[in-house]
Design a protein around this ligand. Structure first.
Ligand code: SAM
Length: 336
C-alpha cells in the first residue's frame, strides 16, 4: 500500500509509522530548531494556532507526533502565494502532481534556461492574470521554483514579480508524488484551516488553553542582515512591538504561547519587560544554526530566543520518534 493511502484510510491510527516533511524550503524554516521547540509543546491543549506558517515545520512535527488528532488547527500566513499553493495542493493534489511532473522533466533536460523561462514567461504572467486564484498549474510552478530556486527564497521585485535566481542544486527532487499526497493529507484534515491573514487577527482569537506558535520574520542582528524581507512588505520593529503586545494579551487570556526570534537586543528587551513577565512570559537563549544568510561566514552558530509561558517539558513528554540520543537531548534541555 502507498504511504499516502495509509493517511487517507485513517489518520488517527497512523501513529508515527512515517513522517511528513514540510512541502517547501522556506526562509527561517524551523526544522533545525525542533529538538528545542519540542520541549515547550504543551501536553494537552485546545486548538493549535500558527500565525506565521511558512513551511510549517512545527505543524508537521505536531502532526507527525499525533498531537493534532481531534484538534482544530488554524494555519495562517500573510503571503497569498504560499496560502494559495497549500490550499490548491490540499484540494487537488493529483492535478498539482500532473502539472509538476513535466516541470521536473523540463528542468532535467533544460536546466537554467528552463528555470528562467518558467519563472519569467509562465509563472509571473499566469500569477498576474490569476489575481490571487491559485490554479494547480500555478501551485506546481511555485513548488518547482521553490525546489530549484536560490535557498528556497520567495522574493518579489518592485513590480510584484517573483525574481529569485536559480539555486545550485545538482539533482533537486522536484516531484515526489507520495510526499505531495502526504502533505495534502496532513493539510486536509477536517479540523484544519489554512488562512491568509495577519498575525493580529489570529492572535486576537487565541483563548484559554490554545497553543500558539509564533515564528515571525526575525529581527536583524546587524544592519546588513535582512531577515525581514520575506514578502515585499517586510516586518519592521513596529511590527515586532505589535506582535509582542498581541502575544502578551494572548498569554494573559490563558493561551500557551511559544515565540521564536533572533537574539537582537531590541527583541530581548521587549520580552523582558514587566508586562511580559506579569503575563508569565520568560525569555530563553538557545543555540541555533541559521542557513539563510548568503554569506557563508554568517551562517555559523548563533543564539536565538524562545519566549514562552510554557514550562520546559520533561524528556518523557517529547514526541516518541526523535532521532537524537537521550544524552544530547539532556544537554540541549539544560542550555535552553
Ligand atoms: C520565519 S517565517 C516562518 C517559518 C516557519 N516557522 C517554518 O518553519 O517554515 C515567517 C513567515 O511569516 C509570514 N509573515 C510575515 N509577516 C506576516 C504578518 N504580518 N502576518 C502573518 N504572517 C506574516 C511570512 O510570509 C513567512 O512565511
Amino acid at each position: 500500500m502507498r504511504r499516502s493511502a495509509l493517511i487517507r484510510v485513517d489518520p488517527t491510527t497512523w501513529n508515527n509509522h512515517f513522517r511528513v516533511r514540510p512541502l517547501l524550503k522556506w526562509a527561517g524554516g524551523k526544522r533545525q530548531l525542533l529538538p528545542v521547540l519540542r520541549q515547550y509543546y504543551p501536553d494537552s491543549f485546545r486548538r493549535y494556532i500558527e500565525p506565521f506558517f511558512g513551511s510549517g515545520a512545527v505543524f508537521f512535527d505536531l502532526y507527525n507526533g499525533s498531537r493534532l488528532t481531534d484538534r482544530h488547527a488554524r494555519l495562517i500566513d500573510n503571503n497569498p502565494d504560499l496560502v494559495g499553493c497549500y490550499r490548491t495542493l490540499r484540494d487537488a493534489p493529483e492535478a498539482v502532481i500532473a502539472a509538476l511532473e513535466p516541470l521536473a522533466e523540463g528542468h532535467r533536460a533544460g536546466g537554467a534556461q528552463f528555470f528562467y523561462d518558467v519563472r519569467d514567461s509562465r509563472f509571473n504572467p499566469a500569477r498576474a492574470a490569476a489575481r490571487g486564484i491559485y490554479t494547480p498549474e500555478l501551485a506546481a510552478m511555485l513548488i518547482y521554483l521553490n525546489r530549484t530556486g536560490f535557498n528556497g527564497l520567495f522574493r518579489l521585485n518592485r513590480r510584484g514579480e517573483f525574481n529569485v535566481p536559480m539555486g545550485r542544486y545538482k539533482n533537486p527532487r522536484i516531484c515526489d508524488a507520495d510526499h505531495l499526497r502526504d502533505v495534502a493529507g496532513a493539510l486536509g484534515g477536517a479540523r484544519i484551516s489554512i488562512e491568509r491573514g495577519s498575525f493580529e487577527q489570529s492572535l486576537a482569537d487565541a483563548a484559554w488553553g490554545d497553543f500558539v506558535y509564533c515564528d515571525p520574520p526575525y529581527a536583524p542582528l546587524s544592519r546588513t542582515a535582512c531577515f525581514a524581507q520575506y514578502t515585499a512588505g517586510g516586518f519592521n520593529m513596529a511590527d515586532q512591538q505589535r506582535l509582542q503586545q498581541a502575544v502578551v494579551a494572548a498569554a494573559e487570556r490563558g493561551a500557551i504561547v511559544v515565540v521564536s526570534n533572533s537574539s537582537a537586543r531590541e527583541i530581548e528587551e521587549i520580552y523582558r519587560s514587566a508586562e511580559a513577565r506579569r503575563a508569565g512570559l520568560r525569555v530563553r537563549r538557545v543555540p541555533a544554526r541559521r542557513a539563510i544568510n548568503s554569506r557563508a561566514s554568517l551562517r555559523g552558530p548563533v543564539d536565538e530566543l524562545i519566549i514562552t509561558n510554557a514550562p520546559a517539558a520533561k524528556l518523557t513528554m517529547l514526541p516518541p520518534r526523535t532521532r537524537m540520543a537521550p544524552a544530547r537531548l539532556r544537554v540541549r534541555e539544560k542550555r535552553a
